[in-house]
Design a protein around this ligand. Structure first.
Ligand code: SF4
Length: 505
């Protein structure tokens, strides 16, 4: 659940009707000449460049109304800037690693990879999310290991997600080859299939099975693999002009906690734009739980991230759902110094945030640049106070960065995220009671209910019409879903042949 927070990403989605950069409908529905046609064209143009798309505004309102009161704070992004993040499930559960812990259920690896199934199910899930959560969102292409999909199927799945206005991020263990990426992005005739790709790669020493490093004994051993991963995307850009946004994912357990700071220090300039940390939880395959994950707290993990960054990371300036689930800080490396965009200890920064969230609803990154620029201009004209407030914020930001001369050093935008899944043992009773409309009195379960109600990482069930928290998916629904998938897509060749025979009969 990391790229849900990546609102600084530079990828744009070509939404239906925006093919000409200022709304395809401008050309498509207003053909003709004369004052009538011109007037119609202007009206369509006006609508396409409104500060917030009416469909997005409606989706944001629905989302805000559905949030529990305890997270409706001035810092909350959900229901204002975004409707949250989304993920796929049950579309390619298999993985060729044996990580400990692993959030997938025991049967996940008995399910065959099947491209048509993936594309079909992703289509259904994204269509449901589009109808419920609005025309645009960040969405994770996630399940098992995405690179087990044939590159053509992987590409078709990305295209499917984009057709539904989603910005997909493919989740991988990172042990992939340049040839795979090339086949994913470049068509057989040598032309680009995508201008931009988004990947999250998981690297940490709880993962087993990486080629050449089956059982890492420390985080540092993984640095060459981290570097190699980023370099493949550098090459893609150099050779084919394909840009990318790369996130680095890391599960944190009591075993590698004291290595987090070193990972940040040594990998911060490799080329990842986001570092996301997941404190381990008791979720998924219980045969892979190896330590007492409760021996460390979220604060312990965050403190180690801060130690690596070298400054306090003021995560309370913006809120994504519930702080007990998510922490996020955007900032820029100014040379060797990390400068957060907002400081939660500076009242003027918080006032600037409030104005920004009030003025800029929705996420402009989902539209093409001319539309985005026009929307920004119209927003500023509507809220002229943005100019002095923005300038004052910029002055503070430059001062925090060490003064204007410091900004001659390389500038690297970066996001730090922590996402803390909830233990399955808590999710089950909390969710079941929520479904019955009951609030539990046990402190831990009550907290779990609050977090689930404020969840920002959603998975769609078009059959039941539900959208559920990823915690519920992994803790409660995955096991049964994977048993059903084993029936549908058995992995062993013999059982597949039996199924084919049965289907023919
Ligand atoms: S409820 Fe679970 S999936 Fe949802 S935001 Fe919290 S930790 Fe993430």
């Amino acid at each position: 659940m990391l790229h849900m927070i990546a609102v600084t990403r530079t990828g744009t989605v070509r939404r239906r009707g925006e093919e000409n950069g200022l709304g395809g409908e401008v050309a498509g529905t207003t053909a003709g000449r004369g004052p009538g046609a011109t007037w119609r064209r202007l009206r369509v143009l006006e609508r396409a460049t409104r500060p917030v798309d009416p469909l997005i505004a409606a989706a944001l309102d629905r989302r805000w109304d559905g949030l529990p009161e305890h997270v409706k704070t001035p810092a909350q992004l959900v229901g204002r800037r975004t409707t949250g993040c989304e993920g796929t499930h049950g579309v390619f559960p298999q993985c060729d690693f044996t990580c400990k812990p692993c959030y997938h259920s025991k049967d996940a690896n008995r399910v065959a990879i099947d491209g048509p199934h993936t594309i079909r199910e992703v289509e259904r899930q994204m269509a449901h999310l589009e109808s419920e959560r609005g025309p645009s969102a960040y969405a994770q292409l996630i399940g098992g290991e995405v690179s087990l999909l044939h590159p053509d199927d992987h590409a078709a799945t990305i295209e499917t997600m984009r057709r539904h206005g989603r910005v997909p991020m493919s989740f991988t263990h990172g042990d992939i080859d340049a040839e795979y990426l090339e086949r994913l992005t470049i068509k057989p005739d040598g032309t680009r299939r995508f201008d931009f790709l988004s990947f999250a790669a998981h690297f940490d020493m709880t993962m087993f099975g990486r080629r050449g490093l089956e059982k890492p004994t420390c985080e540092r051993e993984l640095n060459p693999a981290r570097q190699r991963f980023v370099e493949m995307f550098d090459r893609l850009r150099r050779d084919h002009g394909v840009r990318s946004y790369l996130a680095h994912n890391m599960t944190v357990t009591p075993t590698n906690l004291d290595q987090v700071a070193e990972v940040v220090r040594e990998c911060r300039f490799m080329g990842f734009r986001m570092f996301s940390f997941q404190p381990a939880a008791f979720v998924g395959n219980e045969t892979r739980w190896t330590a007492d994950y409760r021996a460390m707290s979220d604060d312990d993990v965050w403190a180690e991230v801060e130690r690596g960054v070298g400054v306090r990371l003021p995560y309370k300036a913006v809120q994504f759902g519930d702080f007990r689930c998510n922490r996020v800080v955007w900032g820029v490396w100014v040379g060797e110094r990390f400068v957060p965009v907002l400081d939660d200890d500076v009242p003027a920064d918080l006032r600037a945030r409030d104005l920004f969230l009030h003025a800029f609803r929705g996420n402009f990154l989902f539209v093409r640049r001319p539309v985005m620029t026009t929307r920004v201009v119209r927003t500023v004209l509507r809220h002229p106070r943005l100019v002095p407030v923005g300038l004052a914020w910029a002055r503070r930001f430059v001062r925090r960065g060490g003064g204007i001369l410091a900004f001659r050093k390389p500038l690297r935008p970066m996001t730090f995220v922590m996402h803390s899944f909830i233990d399955a043992a808590d999710v089950a009773p909390a969710w079941e009671a929520l479904q019955r409309g009951e609030t539990l009195s046990d402190e831990r379960l009550k907290a779990t209910q609050e977090r689930l109600a404020a969840c920002v990482y959603s998975m769609a069930h078009p059959d039941t019409g539900q959208i559920v928290p990823a915690c519920v998916q992994h803790s409660l629904l995955d096991p049964l879903e994977n048993v059903q998938l084993v029936e549908l897509l058995p992995r062993s060749p013999r059982s597949r042949a039996r199924l084919a025979d049965a289907t023919r009969a």
